[in-house]
Each structure stands twice: as C-alpha cells, then as structure tokens.
Design a protein around this ligand. Structure first.
Ligand code: XLS
Ligand code: NI
Ligand code: NI
Length: 433
C-alpha cells in the first residue's frame, strides 16, 4: 500500500507551470556549465527530519500526521524505509543521509542496537538496489542518549568516548556496506557550557584522537568515502568546538587531519555570524569545501530553525561560490524540517520541491552571471594594481619594508582609490535574478 497515494511522480514542467507538485526549474538532465543538474546538486533527504521529525517543540507535543508510524520497533523501522524510498522515488531525490539512531531503535546494549541496525540496513540495501537511490553520507548520533550528557569524544567520562567509538565503528561499516559517498561528524555535544569545569586542551586532544581512530578504521575496512566535519557554533552547547569553517580548518590542520573536508550548513553559518557564502568561500579557497546541508534560518529568530531554503538570492550566492570552486565532493542535503504547523504528509513534497527548485534557479542565475563574467571582470579590475608595477613586485617577493618605504618616500602618496561600487553590483545581480 503506497504511503502517498495521492501524489504522482513529481515531473519537470518548466517555468510556466502553475502546478505546485511539479518542478519549474529542476530538470535533472539539463546541462549547466557542462554538467547535468543532478550531478551539480546530488540532492539528498535528511532522514532525521523528513521521517523522524515529530513536530514537537519545548511547548507542545508531536503534531505530524504520519499514518504509517506504528511505534519504535524494528518492524516499523523497516516499513518506514519503504515509505522513505517511495517518497524519494516520487521526488526524484537520488540520495539520502541518516544517523544510526534515525534508522533503527536503540537497544539496551550496543550489541542489541547494532543488531537492530543490521536488520534495517538489509531493507535499505534492497531498496537501494531496486531504485538506484544512494547514500550520500552516514553519521552516528552521539548526542541524544543521556550517556553523552558531557559530550562523546570530548566527554570527561572515558567510557562515553569508548561507546561513541563503538557506534562510529559500526556506522563506518554500515556506510561502507551501503556504498555511502561520505561520512559526517557533526559535533553534537562536543563543546562546553562553562569553562570552570572544562579542560579544553584535553577535550580537543581527545577529539583529535577520536577522528584519527576513525580514519584508521576506515582504512582498515577499505571505506574510501570522504570524511566531513560539520561546523556549528552553538546549540546544544553554549560553545561548540567546531564553531565555523575557519575554526574547523585550524583544528584539522593542528591535529593532522588534512584529508577531511567540511559539510557546511546555512543556518549554522548564520548562527556563527557569517553567511553561508562566506563559509563556502573560506572553505573553498583553503581546499576544504566538501558538502552542503541546505536550509535557512529566520532573520528574527536566533536559533537553528532548519527551514527549507526558498530564497533565490541565497541559492544564487551558494551556487556562485560552489561553481567557483569546482563543485562538491558531497551534495546538497536538505537538513531542513517542515514547520510543526505543516503536519500533512504532502507538506514534505512541497518543502523539497521548493528547495530543489530554488537551488536549480540559483544554479542557472549563477551560471548566467559567470557566463557574462560581470563579477569576475569587476573583481579583477579592482585588484589591477597587483598585476604590474609595485604590486606585482610585492607578489613576486621582491620587496621588504625598507624598499617599500623607499618607494613611498619617493612617490609621496598612493595612487587614488576607486569606488567599490557595491550598489552598482547589487543592482547588476538583480538583472539576472
Ligand atoms: C544539527 C546538525 C545535524 C547534522 C548531522 O544541527 O545539522 O543534523 O547535520 O548530525
Ligand atoms: Ni546538518
Ligand atoms: Ni543544523
């Protein structure tokens, strides 16, 4: 029995369509800058939000109508897998991501949890083979269970570290078994609430050791997927160690974990006081750009609201920078949830269609801007003083403070500055949007 009997396969109908259950811009086979849209994006559903989100908040209980839900059992988990694959097939979503505990109920022991997971993974494997849908990345939930109250890899309790290692070991095996493209470490409770009770150096050393163990184990079992770290500055802890792209890159370099890349999330960037484009640019030029958790926050709310992205400026900016750095090793995972007021199953479709279409439009706009070279030309011109004369000589390492002082003593003052033309450029971008 289908879970979404009234929803047909979502088709591309083009920009003139008024059908809200159709794509107006996302056309998977359409080639942009030499690559099919499906390969630019690798759109993915976040299992935890789409299929485990209940709509509860601190002030009220679950609101989601999910007629297929029959409690937290292995049988129901397997049935839910069929529901999820029906959804992805109808949506044309070719990837998914999950945490171990989204997929199968946690048992009383690690052994029991692993056994539950194995049973559901069998169903996942069958569904992947039947549909061709693939795993973008796997991850372990190292934050929900009370044993992780002080963190997992950074816990003061060595047994919590050991338990977390057991969970990640298992999820690396599962991710390999399912042919996952990557594996994500989001910090969960790796951070602190108060420095009075925290040995930061010791905690970070443990995190470094933990990630090295993951790299070693991946090598041992032949898992060759990409490892990602996902920055987030706060929530649940007051200060998460992986606070933003720059902090993560510093940590990865300091601990010799240079094979990692970053999984950047829009709402995490804004919590850190950055934009997602800033984070993509920072990771991109440092060689750490990996994957995107696509969502958006709310201007008026200061927490991780994980809304679906529909803002064309936002997706245009993302795609401008993603194209600039040659694309993603991972993909675009909708780490986003429908509002608790949007409780009908069909809302899951509207949400994902809106997000995919917004990114497709962003891609086309970004490609048009790049084809005309308008930003490139402007930026190159803005730095022209570095292409010849004194600028080029400095870049070539031909100068010292003494010679530069000499140069200016002779010249007297700098060549006049030119306008940054921000308003002109903002207006110019509007011609493409
Ligand atoms: C939470 C994170 C989480 C990761 C996966 O804020 O976004 O959902 O993506 O653990
Ligand atoms: Ni995320
Ligand atoms: Ni998040």
């Amino acid at each position: 029995m289908p879970a979404f009997p009234d929803v047909p396969k979502i088709a591309f109908e083009g920009p003139k369509s008024k059908n809200p259950l159709a794509f107006r811009y996302y056309n998977p086979d359409e080639v942009v800058e030499g690559k099919a849209m499906r390969d630019h994006f690798r759109f993915s559903v976040a299992y935890w939000h789409a299929f485990r989100g209940t709509g509860s908040d601190p002030f009220g209980s679950a609101t989601m109508l999910r007629p297929w839900e029959r409690g937290d059992t292995v049988d129901n988990a397997i049935n839910r897998v069929h529901v999820a694959f029906e959804f992805m097939e109808k949506m044309g979503l070719e990837f998914y991501c999950f945490h171990d505990r989204d997929m199968a109920p946690e048992g009383k022991t690690l052994a029991e949890s692993n056994k539950n997971l194995d049973e559901v993974v069998k169903a996942l494997k069958e569904e992947q083979q039947r549909t061709g849908i693939k795993l973008l990345w796997g991850t372990a939930n190292l934050f929900s269970n009370p044993r992780y109250v002080h963190g997992a890899a950074t816990s003061c309790n060595a047994d919590a570290f050991a338990f977390a290692a057991g969970q990640v070991k298992k999820m690396l095996e599962v991710t390999k078994e399912l042919g996952g493209r990557g594996y994500v470490f989001w910090g969960g409770r790796e951070g602190y609430q108060n420095l009075y009770n925290t040995d930061m150096k010791r905690e970070l050393d443990h995190l470094g050791r933990f990630l090295h163990m993951a790299v070693d184990y991946a090598k041992k079992i032949g898992f060759s997927g990409q490892f990602f770290i996902e920055p987030k500055p706060k929530e649940p802890t007051k200060h998460q160690y992986d606070s933003d792209a720059a902090a993560c890159i510093n940590f990865l370099r300091a601990y010799g974990l240079n094979t990692f890349k970053l999984n950047l999330e829009t709402n995490h960037a804004t919590l850190a006081g950055h934009t997602i484009q800033h984070e993509i640019e920072y990771a991109g030029h440092q060689g750490f750009l990996g994957s995107i958790d696509a969502n958006t926050g709310d201007l008026l709310l200061g927490w991780d609201t994980d809304q679906f992205p529909t803002d064309i400026y936002l997706t245009t900016q993302c795609m401008l920078s993603i194209l600039k750095y040659g694309g993603l090793a991972g993909g675009i995972n909708f780490d986003a949830k429908v509002r608790r007021e949007s409780f009908e199953p069909v809302d899951l479709f509207y949400a994902h269609i809106g997000g995919m279409d917004a990114f497709a439009r962003g891609l086309k706009i970004a490609a048009a801007i790049r084809a005309d070279g308008v930003l490139d030309k402007f930026v190159r011109g803005r730095y022209a003083s570095w292409d010849s004369g004194i600028g080029k000589e400095i870049d070539d390492g031909k100068h010292t403070f003494e010679t530069l002082s000499e140069h200016m003593l002779k010249k007297g003052d700098v060549t006049p500055n030119t306008s940054g033309r921000q308003e002109y450029l903002e207006h110019l971008i509007n011609m493409y949007v």
